[in-house]
Design a protein around this ligand. Structure first.
Ligand SMILES: Nc1ncnc2c1ncn2[C@@H]1O[C@H](COP(=O)(O)OP(=O)(O)O)[C@@H](O)[C@H]1O
Ligand SMILES: [Mg+2]
Length: 151
């Protein structure tokens, strides 16, 4: 499915749909080049989940953790990850099991990510948009014809 991201309101709308569908153990893989809008979408998902604190890009820390009323969320940015050992030390496997994970640059750890992840691939050529694919449950949350606005 294609989701236009022409402005920040569009990113917020997509984030609200994703937030409504998330459950513990879910992984959202945020693909796209530098500047595509991955952190913006991750931040909007966290806002939709009720997070009011600062949501910095994990560019340097590589992971940021949040509490929500529904589940803990860990937001990863794997761009700078060098090797498997570093990914292990970041706690990715633990997060995938116990939390909701939002992963920028998921290509760095494809083998570790669940096949049932929600893939959101953002491109900006010819207008910013997201190509979204994932398990069947997401159709009900992401279909524009349905409500899906939660929180
Ligand atoms: N839907 C959107 N509409 C307009 N600008 C956006 C949108 N999404 C992101 N941006 C802008 O693009 C820039 C890069 O976004 P960012 O989320 O940091 O990208 P990434 O994490 O993919 O590197 C920021 O200035 C952000 O405000
Ligand atoms: Mg980013």
């Amino acid at each position: 499915m294609q989701w236009p991201l022409d402005n920040l309101a569009a990113s917020n709308a997509l984030a609200a749909r994703i937030a409504a569908g998330l459950a513990t153990g879910d992984c959202v893989a945020l693909e796209g080049d530098l500047g595509a809008g991955k952190t913006t979408l991750a931040r909007a998902i966290l806002r939709a989940l009720g997070v009011t604190e600062d949501v910095p890009s994990p560019t340097f820390t590589l992971v940021q953790s949040y509490e929500t009323t529904r589940f803990p969320v860990r937001h990863f940015d794997l761009y700078r990850v060098e090797d498997e050992e570093e990914i292990e030390e970041l706690g990715l496997d633990d997060a995938l099991e116990h939390d909701v994970t939002l992963v920028e640059w998921p290509e760095r750890a494809t083998d570790r990510l669940p096949a049932a992840r929600l893939r959101v691939a953002i491109t900006t050529e010819g207008g910013r948009k997201a190509a979204i694919s994932g398990p069947a449950k997401w159709a009900g949350f992401l279909n524009p014809g349905q409500g899906g606005h939660g929180g």
